[in-house]
Design a binder for this molecule. Structure first.
Ligand code: KDG
Length: 337
């Protein structure tokens, strides 16, 4: 009997040592963070993701690791947003425009010609207005860390050069899945077709749509120049991306781990704004060299487009809330003094 009891005790001690060992192994095993994004690894979005991953690993001493998956392999923006809300994925970066179905205040950033330049965009997005809009995500199960720069959007198509408003008539133009973008291009006379970014290249290649609108960086990195002849420099809206964390995952993190993610996100934001602007500055020459026919909208035509699109601002203001709209306009007036 004594031998049997001794062997039971030995066995119990052995098991607890194994469990303790596993616990220790569990402690040092890095937290793996699944991070999805829609552009390819060579894009400005992919390069910024690499910086984010390196910074998280460095600041956490290797305890937190990003497993970055690009080219919408984890799903479209909308699909990944749902995965974060459900807790099936930890992080992503995507367009604020595709978040409007979850947080209506994100439509503020879809306002045509809201920002005149990137300095205004940085100041508003990183200031009290941008913080307020980001904070609205939390009640919907998402935490917005920082805004990244997608950039000023420009038009491409395979049918004709667009030099004036009337040239837009009847062009089948892919837009993001967003009511303001839909209304913007219907107002300009195009036949607006909402599609996820992951379907865009094939839709252009098969002529399911004639054109699209995106920043120079994306037109370059997604090789749209291979299937789009005409580029019009319209700068019709400044598009942010936003780095998101699942709130279910975020609430389970320690204060230190949250601090690591926020600090790394800010470093990646500052890097990617510089990187994106440097690439955009030479992208037009690159795209011309690759055979695109470039049209820069004359000021009079840009003015006509701007005037025509002010008609949709009332709807955006009503949707995001007059207080937020007025605060944004006041902030812009202050910056423009
Ligand atoms: O994941 C791709 C998204 O970031 C997307 O929003 C890019 O601007 C974009 C578009 O046109 O869909």
């Amino acid at each position: 009997m004594k031998t049997f009891r001794r062997s039971l005790i030995t066995c119990a001690v052995g098991v607890s040592l194994v469990v303790a060992g596993l616990a220790n192994a569990q402690d040092i095993k890095p937290r793996l963070i699944r991070f999805g994004y829609g552009l390819n690894e060579q894009s400005n979005q992919g390069r910024a993701t690499k910086v984010l991953a390196d910074e998280i690993e460095k600041l956490s001493g290797g305890k937190m690791k990003l497993r970055a998956v690009g080219a919408a392999a984890l799903g479209s923006d909308v699909q990944m947003q749902q995965a974060l809300i459900g807790g099936a994925q930890e992080m992503m970066v995507g367009s604020t425009a595709t978040l409007v179905g979850i947080t209506k205040e994100m439509a503020l950033w879809d306002t045509p010609f809201l920002f005149n330049n990137v300095q205004e965009a940085d100041a508003v997005l990183d200031g009290p207005v941008g913080d307020k809009v980001r904070a609205k995500l939390e009640e919907k199960g998402l935490v917005g860390l920082v805004y990244w720069e997608n950039g000023f959007r420009n038009l491409t198509n395979s049918k004709r050069s667009v030099a004036k408003l009337e040239d837009m008539d009847g062009i089948k133009l892919r837009v993001m899945q967003n009511p303001v973008f839909l209304e913007t291009f219907k107002t300009l006379g195009a036949n607006a077709v909402p599609l996820p970014f992951s379907e865009l290249f094939s839709a252009l290649e098969t002529k399911a749509v004639d054109g699209q609108e995106n920043p120079f960086n994306t037109i370059l990195s997604s090789r749209f120049y291979e299937i789009q002849k005409y580029l019009t420099v319209s700068n019709h809206v400044y598009s942010p991306w936003i780095v998101l964390v699942s709130k279910k995952y975020w609430d389970g993190l320690s204060a230190d781990e949250k601090g690591v993610l926020m600090a790394a996100a800010k470093t990646s934001r500052d890097f990617m704004r510089k990187d994106t602007r440097a690439e955009a500055a030479k992208a037009l020459a690159d795209l011309k060299e690759k055979g695109m026919e470039i049209t820069v909208l004359r000021a009079t035509e840009a003015g006509r487009m701007r005037d025509k699109l002010t008609t949709i601002n009332g709807g955006i203001a009503a949707s995001v809330g007059m207080d937020l709209w007025k605060e944004t306009q006041a902030e812009l007036a202050r910056l423009r003094k």
